[in-house]
Design a binder for this molecule. Structure first.
Ligand code: PGA
Length: 250
């Protein structure tokens, strides 16, 4: 079933005390918004705390990344099983910062997706073009290729556990947002691309989130678009008030 989702990607922000503080504010101010699923993605060190803290709420916890291997000599890495063992069942894979800064390739991302799904986790798979690619009008081609190489190996049954996040790189943390029309155009394209490979029924059920400078002031017009099923929020997810205003924009 296609869900409405607002997910907060906290990135490398918030130590334990700040995490406790933000979670406390979220819990105090959060009024169950029917029909909208809320997810927060703190750093690895705070995931266990966040999961325990949110246990009695309907707010879900996601990891921002994981390693594709199940265990072994991979210094500094975290596996799917480590995440599920502390209750975390959702993971963001392929964020543009992972692709650009940590050089994660489509091939590695496909392995991460497979490892997460094999461990019964849900995947929020990110895709999106860079500014020069949009200027050269290659954005559809780039996103299609990222989907084809990173997530189209997934079986039909596993798609129930896949959420797509379209995040144009030029809009991430820049204050620049895709217009609602640009977002809708790409989301419709992504859905069509999924439909061509897996059929319309499956494609209709996939939640496609928009990410890139979503704020309380622009969330409503973006979320109003037919193929936009929610948002992946960076900067604005670090303030409870702003994040919840975005949730309530639905
Ligand atoms: P932003 O980040 O909302 O700060 O632009 C979005 C993201 O990177 O997921």
């Amino acid at each position: 079933m296609r869900q409405k989702i607002v997910a907060g990607n906290w990135k490398m922000n918030n130590d334990l005390a700040q995490t406790e503080d933000l979670l406390g504010q979220l819990k105090n101010q959060w009024q169950e918004n029917e029909g909208v699923r809320v997810i927060v993605a703190p750093a690895f060190t705070n995931l266990h705390h966040a999961f325990e803290s949110l246990r009695k709420t309907s707010i879900d916890v996601a990891a921002q990344n994981m390693n594709e291997n199940s265990e072994g000599a991979f210094t500094g890495e975290v596996s799917a099983r480590m995440l599920t063992s502390i209750g975390v069942k959702t993971v963001i894979i392929g964020h543009s910062e992972r692709r650009a800064i940590f050089r994660e390739t489509d091939e590695v991302l496909a392995k991460k997706v497979n490892a997460a799904l094999e461990n019964d986790m849900e995947v929020i798979f990110c895709c999106g073009e860079e500014l020069n690619e949009r200027m050269a009008e290659r954005h559809f081609e780039v996103v299609k290729s990222q989907l084809g190489k990173g997530i189209f190996q997934v079986s039909e049954a596993h798609w129930k556990k896949v959420v797509i996040a379209y995040e144009p790189v030029w809009a991430i943390g820049t204050g620049e947002t895709a217009s609602p029309e640009q977002a809708q155009e790409m989301h419709a394209f992504i859905r069509k691309t999924i439909a061509e490979k897996f059929g319309e029924t499956l494609a209709d059920d996939v939640s496609i989130l928009y990410g890139g400078s979503v704020k309380p002031g622009n969330a409503q017009e973006i979320f109003a678009k037919e193929d936009v099923d929610g948002g992946l929020i960076g900067g604005a997810s670090l303030k409870a008030e702003d994040f919840l205003a975005i949730v309530n924009a639905f």
